[in-house]
Design a protein around this ligand. Sequence first.
Ligand code: WTA
Length: 653
Amino acid sequence: MSNESVQLYYPSPEFVKNAAVSGMDAYKALCAEAEKDYEGYWARHARELITWQTPFTKVLDESEAPFYKWFTDGKLNVSYNCLDRNVEAGNGDKTAIIFEADDGQVTKVSYKELLSKVCKMANALKSMGVKKGDRVVIYLPMTVEGIVAMQACARIGATHSVVFGGFSAQSLRDRINDAGAVCLITSDGQFRGGKSIPLKPIADEAFSLGGCESVKNVIVFKRTGGEVSMTAGRDQWLHEVLASQPETCEPEWVEAEHPLFLLYTSGSTGKPKGVQHSTGGYLLQAIMTMKYSFDIKPADVFWCTADIGWVTGHTYITYGPLACGATEVVFEGVPTYPDAGRFWKMIQDHKASIFYTAPTAIRSLIKAADTNEAVHPKKYDLSSLRLLGSVGEPINPAAWEWYHQNVGGGRCPIVDTFWQTETGGHMITPMPGATPLVPGSCTLPFPGIQAAVVDETGSDVPWGQGGILVVKKPWPSMIRTIYGDPERFKKSYYPEDLGGTLYLAGDGAIRDAKTGYFTITGRIDDVLNVSGHRMGTMEIESALVAHEKVAEAAVVGRPDDLTGEAICAFVVLKGARPTGDEAKKVIKELQDWVGKEIGPIAKPKDIRFGENLPKTRSGKIMRRLLRSLAKGEEVTQDTSTLENPAILEQLKG
Ligand code: WTA
């Protein structure tokens, strides 16, 4: 990037003119405002953008740092802010959601209709005794009902924990158990890519594993008509419980710090952690980023292709767009069904103006378009687009250029938004009407966010030098704790060796020597990013060693053209090391096993067998060496401490 010839992409004068953050001076003015009066900056936005039932007088409370609190004496309701206030403002008939089902059927839901659906659902939950502070696990496909279920929890002050529909019975069980959920909302099944996939049977399996005894009610949404068994006294059909519910429901006004949701995500050790988010601070940044990073306007049709099972679906499907009174597209299916032109056709059909997706999807659609002209974006009318976004993993410059040229017609800025489950909203991102873009760089911090690159001791490193990405000051939408494990929260995010006051993102970064632009260089812990999904290597290792044939396993990532990173597992079996067809058979068996233990996204792409794993004489697995082997590189590391150098040959793959 410090290369003089690097091309900068500027927004058009037209875009700049109408943008919420119009030009670099406007961006700098916001940063300066935050610099001068940090609390005042966030408080001003919180007053302007959120409707409070009880206004706050306190802004940031650092008394129990790093358990920071924001707007503590304020009271609000997120569902009120997303629904009622839009209806009250006269936008009740405006389309909130354009839902496109897997089979292409389109349903539009207005703000008024959405509010009544949410109220009915909220009343149903209340009728079952679900109350403020209770945890509700949501295991649903990408349908309007998923959003309604989340909003309904928010309405009554219940804390939701959405579990991605691709997770296994074991993963679902662990999350229900850790959260101590009182209610599960699921569906008979889900449609994806023309297939009907069961969900309720997986939930039943989760219950049969034991540990879900806290759940008193299971609500089942009928989506596919697939066969399900209902447990009397516990399970009820959604349409039946909704039938008698009133269409209004007074929102429960909660304190700003009240936990809106838990979302489980992978860390470098142990089981997935329940990231706990607040109500007020979280909502503030959901709205602010919609306004500043996405430049959302009343006439926009916003489309985020994420699933509500991930944080992107929380902030940029369920909450952000609705809190801004936007019209959004919600899509049940997959980008490649019925063909790889699906996204482009949907942008055309719904006249989407802002499109937000992941680099993995872009890369796979590039590949598809290269081999089949008919699904190339140029075959579609994408003139409604004015802004593009990318999230979840670094976007390689070639994919960026293609996205810019072929989807954005060379005229749409791309916001490459860096953030995490823990951060709640965008942290480093261009302002589309201000920041000159460099492909592959997420550019500069969101106004107010104090991102920095430091060394292992927590000292700033000069621009141009790689290091550890940290955030120096608490921000409103930050993680509040790890549910049930505050010690782990402190250790994971505010480690002592960095001084205990810096938020550790877990990523490496480098700032351009001249512009100060950030480029994320990837995770620095044992977390992999496969197709934009976070996976802990330890979780996959635990799943592998739980298989009866496996004695030992080590999992590493290796670069993959399509999925960013691919999972590579080195396995020692209890019996003889398999070869040839026998090896193929065991590989398939282990892949399926991991798929069942965690979910299909965790299946190792590559499994190699050794009689042993490379270890130092003190018995530590040499992961760096495994990473080289996984990549197919010549091993250049010093192997003199290796106990058994001969196994390197076996593991070459
Ligand atoms: C990675 C997803 C580069 C990063 C919102 C981070 C990115 C992890 C970007 C969080 C980006 C996310 N450029 N890397 N624009 N966005 N990441 O919690 O490694 O699922 O730590 O949140 O994804 O993943 P998570």
